[in-house]
Ligand binder design. Sequence first.
Ligand code: 6CS
Length: 283
Amino acid sequence: MKRLGILAGVASLALGAVLLASGARSADDAKLEQLKQQGFARVAIANEPPYTAVAADGKVSGAAPDVAREIFKRLGVNDIVASISEYGAMIPGLQAGRFDVVTAGLFMKPERCAAVAYSEPVLCDAEAMLVKKGNPKGFKSYADIAKDSSATVGAPGGGTEEKLALNAGVPRDRVIVVPDGQSGLKMVQDGRIDAYSLPVLSINDLMKKANDPNLEVIAPVQGAPVYCDGAAFKKGDEALRDAYDVELAKMKKSGEFAKIIEPYGFSAKAAMSTTREKLCAAK
Ligand code: 6CS
């Protein structure tokens, strides 16, 4: 056993020497050094404007990637490369090493906080529902949908709205997993679902682009909390997350954070009025 201990000690000394030679201040900075060498950070997004968006030419924008791109630049990582993922697949993908960070509006909730290392808050929003004009079934909350045995609601797979509807008592077969905003919009227009639920700014973006007078937005959904996201890092990459937070705090203080997110409709004040600690403890 003693021999094994000596070998392990020699190995960690060798690793330390390699890392220090590469400029990392400690083994903890290895991930940041790896991203610097890589030249980009692999980010998971959902393509749900204004949180995240991918244009026809592949250009990635949206409040979350724009904040991440600026912070990584300040950390010496020149760019971000985005992969589109369903919300429910983001954390498993991060844990499997398919992404370096999730920057997608992945709202902080206790069960997610237990699975990833979140940054401090970035984008905050309430929940909304897209329904037919006149809100024919009178929805104000997910509980209203639960009470009406004929009512169905669409939501992203593994997303917050799916969970809220199920927790409000909507049976599994009346909560329809919808892959993206355009599909949800069409399903409401075609009467295939009675409501489609996303955060307020996402639903408003869909409504504006649809320009359909036969649709109506119910916002906020009564009884649903205001959520905030953060950049989500893999457990074990806390040193990278902490370095990210240092730059995020500087940008919040200088006003540069507001300059990036507020044109998308987000409130810098909302993100700056809460903390990861509070959001991860929220019931
Ligand atoms: O964090 C989530 O689960 C939710 N976040 C956004 C930005 N859209 C829908 C998703 O369910």
